[in-house]
Design a protein around this ligand. Sequence first.
Ligand code: DAH
Length: 337
Amino acid sequence: MDEVHTLKESFLKELNSARSLPDIRQLKIKYLGKKGMITSMLRNLTSIAPELRPEYGSRINDLKRLVSEEIEKKENILKTDEYKRLISSSTLDITLPGKFTPFGREHPVNKILSEIISIFVYMGFEVEEGPEVELDYYNFEALNIPKDHPARDMQDTFYISEEVVLRTHTSPVQIRVMENRRPPLNVIAPGKVYRCDSDISHTPMFHQVEGFMVDTDISFSHLKGVLESFIHSFFDLKTPVRFRPSYFPFTEPSAEVDIGCNFCSGNGCRVCKNTGWIEILGAGMINPHVFEMVGYDKNVYSGFAFGMGVERLVMLKFSIDDIRLFFENDLRFLRQF
Ligand code: DAH
């Protein structure tokens, strides 16, 4: 009987001095392993006098239970200690805040460009694109602006070579589309354009949206209807719209379209130069010469075209007075949209 008691005492002593998980593992083997002390005691039960066996057996079993429980408890304590030690000795600080990933947002020009495109798509226009590095032929010649034409001076062109330019407007897309397709055509062409010009209202690169419609019976009324719908949808239903006679080589007749100044409600201010009106786009009926250049029968087809500057529309919509702000990448400016 004392044997069980002595074993218990020695176990508790050894447990108390166990300092590490390997120590505990050793203890487990020593007492509970296949050849462990408790295991062999149980095996030796048969050599005990039968009348003593039940009590002896149950005492050994009690000891076995106690040893298992105590080992488990101590194991948990040591594991927690070990974990704490690992955390404090490692360079990984799980209490540090995560890395902040800033979210970007759409540039105001792209935002408004998408808005313009969706208004025209809603009216049934398709979207086409053309190259930014363009042949002189498409940028000028085919648009009825021959080499010696004074209209070339209206646009300060970046020349790549004698025959290649950075497109000064999106109008060449009209020619490219008409060369490849037959009417009816209902197309807008958004994109970047380039001019050698820089001040408060000009940047060397800016965006335009070109638009045109060609079919057998297109009239100036269609042009007015489409542009008025666009302006009322983009600005406000009450925005006044005015068509003013103008000149472009690729349209005849041509017009410039003004809207009532939304800064002074038409009373006259610095922005509208006291006229009460602000010009927002150029337009007109496609010149028959242009149809001849793309091989369309000018007696069968008619069409209108228009072109607008996107930055200008963004400036009017958000009351911005310096176009250069769009391209300075100042986040304090860009975050406002
Ligand atoms: N391409 C012209 C410009 O950049 C704008 C323009 C005017 C386009 C009249 C047109 C148009 O299609 O009919 O100044």
